[in-house]
Design a protein around this ligand. Structure first.
Ligand code: HEC
Ligand code: HEC
Length: 214
């Protein structure tokens, strides 16, 4: 038997309003995380293969991007897209992204927790530590800590370099030295890396890998 409730009539006119309000509230609540969700979807589908879904790449030639400064990530993605920073691997990846994806991916990866690695050469790491804190007056290498901060944590335009793979750090310093990477606005890293000896480059990388940068 169909029960017809005539008393529900005034309710049914009020109900859509209430539903709309709840719908709006839910919409607001869902709108914020959905930005991160999009980034996470891209991170899982695209970036994760090389950088790890949480930004802790397991492959030494691919940088760990977890905990990198948000503005630094956006700058790098723009530089890969414009060709200011050259990479045959990253160029096709960014070509497929929309500019608005840059910020959401940067927010996502900068919020991930870095997992530092281990050095295979403690002796080199302790020499690298001296370079990091004091630089080298003889060849004019500046102390890295001045910009990259204690534990290599970085700040704003100065990237987090603590915990990074040895192979990636040595490659980037060589790239700066050879002008293969030339997207440092002030040329500071190109000048610095040119002054560094092979041993200094390798040693500072061995020191950085173990730093638990926050
Ligand atoms: C096929 C492997 C691969 C994929 C996929 C990939 N990357 Fe990369 N990424 C690299 C390599 C290699 C570099 C280092 C490029 C260089 O300078 O030689 C890099 C560099 C970067 C850097 C600069 C890191 C730094 O410390 O300066 C960022 C940021 C980055 N990738 C973000 C992303 C994002 C976001 C995605 C997904 C949309 C992505 N990558 C997908 C391989 C990859
Ligand atoms: C005056 C500030 C300054 C000092 C001092 C400095 N750096 Fe940098 N470094 C930067 C900036 C800025 C960048 C980012 C360049 C860009 O925009 O791509 C950078 C980038 C880097 C990168 C690349 C990071 C990545 O994720 O790709 C490495 C590695 C690095 N620096 C190592 C060092 C080492 C080692 C020293 C010390 C010998 C040092 N830096 C000293 C400013 C500095």
């Amino acid at each position: 038997m169909i029960h017809r409730d005539t008393t529900s009539k005034p309710m049914s006119t009020r109900r859509p309003l209430a539903m709309t309000a709840i719908g709006l509230a839910l919409g607001w609540a869902l709108a914020l995380p959905s930005v991160a969700q999009d980034a996470k979807t891209i991170a899982t589908a695209v970036c994760g293969a090389c950088h790890g879904e949480d930004g802790n790449s397991a492959i030494p030639m691919f940088p760990k991007i977890a905990g990198l400064q948000e503005s630094y990530i956006v700058k790098q993605l723009r530089d890969f897209q414009s060709g200011r920073r050259k990479s045959d691997i990253m160029a096709p990846v960014v070509a497929a992204l929309k500019p608005e994806d840059f910020l959401s991916l940067a927010t996502y990866y900068s919020g991930q927790k870095l997992k530092p690695g281990e050095t295979g050469d403690k002796k080199a790491a302790s020499f690298g530590k001296m370079i990091y804190f004091d630089g080298n007056e003889e060849n004019g290498v500046p102390a890295c800590i001045g910009c990259h901060q204690p534990q290599g944590a970085g700040h704003l335009i100065y990237p987090r370099i603590g915990g990074q793979h040895v192979q990636y750090v040595t490659q980037q310093l060589k790239n700066f030295a050879n002008n293969d990477r030339s997207n440092d606005v002030s040329r500071f890293m190109r000048v610095t890396a040119k002054r560094m000896s092979e041993e200094e480059i390798q040693s500072v990388a061995e020191y950085l890998v173990e730093l638990d940068a926050k």
